[in-house]
Write a protein that binds this ligand. Structure first.
Ligand code: PBG
Length: 327
């Protein structure tokens, strides 16, 4: 509205120059926001490319130390470890073997880069022969039997030197069970980042390729229905009540409403996981020449922060670190 005493408000006044736009920018992306997921495979001696995720590989154990050192030099301060096991069984016993893959990966990273924050993805699906995230009875995961194994797993991870536990299996009561096991074993100082609101999502497709999984079933009886917004908030608030130190939404770009809801109802730090399918789509779109990879990747990550995320788990972490470091 324009008249002589109240001239029209014009938003474009603060958009006129780069300096002005910088001054009023509400959200920024920094290298310290990023968590780098790493896949480590037993029994290989060269990195294996993941077809659906160009630029992402499964590393041999012998190359993990170098990988972590190069990420550290780019300013990455946190890694999330996924094992691709060759020792699978019905319950995923390798995950609580002190000489198993999970424990070895943790020790390797801590030895290579003691100050790196080492986060273990605490689940069973990469270690079970059926591919479910726990103990299976009939065709369903037994919640409470799985919790008992999870308690053994996280104590072994803590003994190996992990800095943060990140349970991704979406079992009820998992945070309380983990907290109790850590506290009872002298690891009361180890924080838990819960995959607190994790949806049963088709965006995980390429991950199954990444971890060489032949899983054909559904996780809909334990992961969340993508249709449910109120339940999504309740899931995270439940984990906060059970003692989760950091909450998480997964996947990312299709669930910004959920991120914003949790941000509005919790004071805990909030993470988001930009999952394999999100990464693969940006890569494929850029490859097809229909989008600009860098611009779309950066815009997506910024959108997570705008919606309320403090931390972002992304396969773009190293590339984004390079981009941020050069500007
Ligand atoms: C296992 C797990 C999955 C992902 C992370 N941990 C797959 C699943 O739940 O099916 C997905 C990661 C991604 O897609 O990038 N619990």
């Amino acid at each position: 509205m324009t008249n002589d005493t109240h001239p029209e408000f014009r938003f474009r006044r603060l958009r006129r120059t780069g300096a002005l736009r910088d001054m009023v920018r509400e959200t920024r992306l920094e290298v310290s926001d990023l968590i780098l997921p790493l896949f480590v495979e037993e029994g290989i001696d060269q990195p294996v490319e993941i077809g659906s995720m160009p630029g992402v590989v499964r590393y041999p154990e012998a190359q993990l130390a170098d990988k972590v050192t190069s990420a550290w030099k780019k300013g990455i301060r946190a890694v999330l470890l996924f094992g691709v096991s060759r020792h699978k069984d019905a319950e995923g016993c390798d995950t609580w073997n002190p000489e198993g893959l999970m424990a070895r990966m943790i020790r390797t990273v801590k030895a290579a880069q003691p100050e790196m924050c080492v986060i273990s993805d605490n689940c069973f699906c990469e270690y079970t022969d059926h591919g479910h995230c726990g103990v299976v009875h009939g065709d369903d995961v037994d919640n409470d039997a799985t919790l008992k194994n999870l308690q053994k797993q996280v104590v072994v991870a803590a003994k190996a030197g992990v800095d943060m536990i990140a349970p991704s299996g979406m079992q009820d009561g998992m945070i309380a069970a983990i907290r109790a096991a850590l506290d009872a074993s002298g690891y009361g100082h180890i924080p838990v980042m819960s995959y607190s609101t994790k949806f049963a999502s088709a965006f995980y497709g390429p991950f199954r390729d990444a971890v060489d999984s032949n899983f054909k079933g559904t996780r809909a009886s334990y992961q969340m229905d993508p249709a449910n917004r109120r339940e999504a908030l309740a899931e995270s608030l439940q984990d906060e009540d059970e003692g989760a130190d950091i909450l998480m939404v997964k996947p990312g770009i299709a669930y910004l409403d959920v991120l914003a809801d949790i941000r509005a109802h919790s004071a805990r730090p909030l993470a988001v996981y930009q999952v394999s399918g999100e990464y693969a789509m940006i890569k494929a779109g850029a490859e097809a020449g229909v989008i600009d990879e860098r611009a779309v990747a950066m815009e997506s990550l910024l959108a997570f922060k705008r919606a309320g995320a403090d931390l972002i788990i992304t396969y773009f972490a190293e590339t984004v670190a390079d981009w941020l470091n050069e500007s």
